[in-house]
Every structure is written in C-alpha cells, then in structure tokens.
Design a protein around this ligand. Structure first.
Ligand code: AMP
Ligand code: GLY
Length: 423
C-alpha cells in the first residue's frame, strides 16, 4: 500500500508513526509534513488545499490511500473532488465528504443534526442578521455565562463565553457584523453546560464503527486552565472519570445515533468522528463534532493502539470495519506540548531545538518544526509533542515532564500542571 497523509502537525506525525509500523505499507508520503515526518516518510511540498496537485501526485506515485489530517480540505470537499473522477475509483480516502464535513464546518448544521437524532447537547438558538430581536430575547432568558459560537470555521477562535448580558449582546452584534468574517454570518447561542470536558473518537465506514481510546486535552495556555485558548497544550488517555458506565452512555446516547444519522443523511463518510463532550453530573453532552482526529489528542490516543493501524484504515475504506477488533495497549499515555514563547499570541520562529536525541523514555512528535541549513528549528506556535507510556496517566505525565527537561529552545514554554483536575 502506498499511503499519502495530508497535514503538517503533531497529529500527522503521530499518524505517520503508527502507519509506518504497518505490515502492509510499501511507501509513505506526507504533504507537506514537518521535520519529524521527514524521518519516517517522504515529505512532499504540496498544500493540503491544492486538490489538483494532490491528484497529480496520487497518479504519479500510485497512491492507494489518502489519510486527511486537518478539517480544511474536508470542508472544502476533497472527498467529493476525488469521488467525482472515475480514474480514482480505486483510491481510498479517510475523511467524510463535504456534507459529512458540515458536522464540523457549520455549528448550526451540527446542532440541527443532533436535535434531529436526539443526541444530548445544549439547547440553542441560531441568530442571523434578520432575527436579531428574537436572538436578544433568547439570550435574555438564559442564565449566564452566555455561549456564542460563530457558525463556520474560525481556527478555534469562534467561541466566546461571556458573563455579562450586555457584553453578550455587544459581541453577538460584533460577530454578525464580521468579527470572524463570513464564519459569523450565523451565530449559535447556547445554554452553558457546567461540567468537565473530555473527547471520544470513533472511526466509521458509514455503517459500523470502532471506538478509539478517549482522551482529555488541555486547551488553555495557563496553569489551572487559565488564560487564552490554544490549539491544545497536552492530552491524557484514558480519562479517569470515563468509567464503564459513562463509556456506555457515550456509545448508546451519542455514538450510535450519530453513526445512524450519518447513514440516514446519506453522508459519504469513511473517517474519524471526534466528539467533544461535557460530562454533566455523569451524563455526556456533545459540545462539538470534529470530522478528523484532534491535535494533541492523536499523539496520546494512537500510541495506545496495538492493531496494525493501516489495516484498520483500509477496513474503514472497504466498509468492513465490523470485522475489526481494536487491540489496545494496557498502558496509559500522556502528551505535553512544548510551545514557542508568546503563543497563542505572536511568537518568534526559527529557534534552534536541542536535546531531542537525549530523550529515551518518550516519543517526540514534531508539530511546528523544519530543517533550516541542517539545523532543526521551530516553525510554529506548537513545536513538539512529547508522549509517554505509564501504568497510569500520572506516571506517563511524569515521564513526559522528565523528557521535556532534556529539550531546549529559546523561550520554550509548557504547562507543568497537566492532570491536576484528574487526581
Ligand atoms: P467548541 O469550539 O464548540 O468546542 O467550543 C470551545 C470551548 O468552549 C469548548 O472546549 C468548551 O470549553 C467551551 N464550550 C463550548 N460550548 C459550551 C457550552 N455549551 N457550555 C459550556 N462550555 C462550552
Ligand atoms: N484539540 C482539539 C482539536 O483538535 O480540535
């Protein structure tokens, strides 16, 4: 099998790492990749959104399967692009079509889907420029804090949680007036759910599904979950409060009806479903869907999978997932993210990275790195993801922290308190 992974972050390095161990792999490419993927695959200088260049590459290199990492190309219709061309009839693609990708690309669409299929989620009202009065009225009936979500993709920045009613009204108008560009043409106003967050993951072939290990990520930059939101500062798997009873509720109330809905709506969906969940007094609610794996959750979740992951993906593409029994490691995992000073605000790039060779007890996944004149340097806000195994998440965290101390780049920062809320 010749495999092409699309993307350039820690998630894609972890996907490449897992696929590179497969018995059925011939050649592995990553477009565009990073300095980490370059060590285990061939990086290709093609943008994930350049479908014509990707299709030429697929033909020239006899690619059998494309694994799409990020959401952008999915929301733009990369699956539909390949499915519309007969020369790609035998090509497998992991990811949903444009209709399926709306579960992530439009919060309003996702809410309608959840209500239609009776999937627990916060109550909501979808505001637009012509129902502003009703929107204000809906807001006035909610208790604070107020949750406002730009409908479209806004690079993880489109959700505002506000304590004050007049501020909520002010921001609602700002979003509708273009604060997040066209992503804010509609605004989902939601009831606030008070609980603790976690993430569930399934791989579906559109009919059946396998459940991947769950994870908890840490989104805020500062300790004790304070400060600005980031792409993610770390993740652990499994999640201590995600017990059998909770897992069973997630499967019966959320995963099964979601997959049934995907089928009913005739989405062409062979790919990952990421369920952002809130545990409210022991009951799971969906906060959001993503139509791809999470980053950094992937760097914690995939190392726990012992099955040949490429074979599992092929089963998804060939619609034979019902025959798959995912084999998991008994160990727990923990991932911490090393970021550039200043992130998630402005930060410097091109900082020389030292010490990765001294790390023996962890896997170092690269996020934003490049080789510049034979030297490994930072090239993004999130720079490295350090994943470790342990008998529980706390031992795994300790190992990742020990490894982090061996690595250095100027103004490197990481959170030192991951897992604090799980003890
Ligand atoms: P989202 O992009 O929809 O995942 O929202 C970003 C973050 O906002 C989530 O990770 C939650 O921490 C928070 N959030 C979103 N929706 C709600 C809600 N209804 N109640 C409480 N917190 C929420
Ligand atoms: N870590 C959250 C995400 O990938 O969206």
């Amino acid at each position: 099998m010749n495999v092409l992974i699309l993307g350039s972050g820690g998630r894609e390095h972890a996907l490449a790492y897992q696929i590179s161990k497969s018995n059925v792999l011939s050649k592995l490419f990553v477009a565009p990749g990073n300095a980490g993927t370059a060590q285990i695959a061939e990086n290709i200088k093609i943008s994930v959104n350049d479908f014509n260049a990707i299709s030429e590459f697929v033909i020239q290199n006899n690619i059998n399967i494309i694994v799409v990492g990020p959401e952008d190309p999915l929301v733009s219709g990369i699956v539909d692009f390949f499915r519309s061309k007969s020369e790609f009839n035998n090509l497998h693609i992991i990811g949903p079509d444009k209709l399926g990708a709306k579960l992530e690309g439009s919060k309003d669409f996702a809410k309608e889907f959840m209500f239609k299929y009776n999937i627990p989620t916060a109550s909501y009202f979808c505001a637009n420029s012509s129902n502003y009065k009703e929107a204000k009225n809906y807001l006035s009936k909610l208790n604070p804090p107020y949750v406002l979500k730009a409908d479209g993709l806004a690079a993880g920045k489109g959700v505002l949680i506000l304590n004050d009613y007049s501020e909520a009204i002010f921001e609602l108008k700002n979003i509708l007036d273009g604060k997040f560009g066209s992503a804010g043409n509609k605004v989902v106003i939601e009831e606030f759910l008070d609980g603790i967050e976690c993430s569930a993951f399934a791989l579906t072939d559109g009919e059946s599904y396998v459940i991947l290990p769950e994870a908890k990520d840490y989104k805020r930059i500062g300790e004790n979950n304070t400060g600005l939101n980031t792409g993610g500062m770390g993740a652990v798997s499994p999640v201590p409060f995600y017990n059998k009873d909770f897992a069973n509720k997630v499967e019966e109330r959320i995963i099964k009806p979601t997959i049934a809905g995907i089928k009913q709506e005739k989405m062409n969906y062979c790919g990952f479903v990421f369920f952002g969940l809130m545990n409210v007094s022991g009951n799971p609610y969906v906060i959001e869907y993503n139509v791809r794996m999470g980053d950094p959750e992937t760097e914690a979740v995939l190392p726990r999978i012992k099955s040949d992951f490429l074979e599992v993906l092929i089963n998804a593409a060939e619609k034979t997932l019902k025959n798959v029994n995912l084999e998991l490691a008994t160990d727990s995992t923990a991932t911490i993210i090393l970021v550039s000073g200043g992130y998630p605000g402005s930060y410097e790039k091109n900082k020389k990275i030292c010490g990765i060779d001294k790390v023996k007890d962890s896997i170092v996944f690269h996020s934003g790195t490049v080789i510049n004149e034979d030297c490994l340097v930072s090239a993004g806000g999130r720079v490295l993801a350090i994943s470790s195994y342990g008998k529980d998440i706390f031992e795994a965290l300790e190992k990742s922290y020990c490894s982090a101390k061996k690595i250095h780049f100027e103004n490197m920062y990481y959170r030192k308190d991951l897992g604090f809320d799980l003890k």
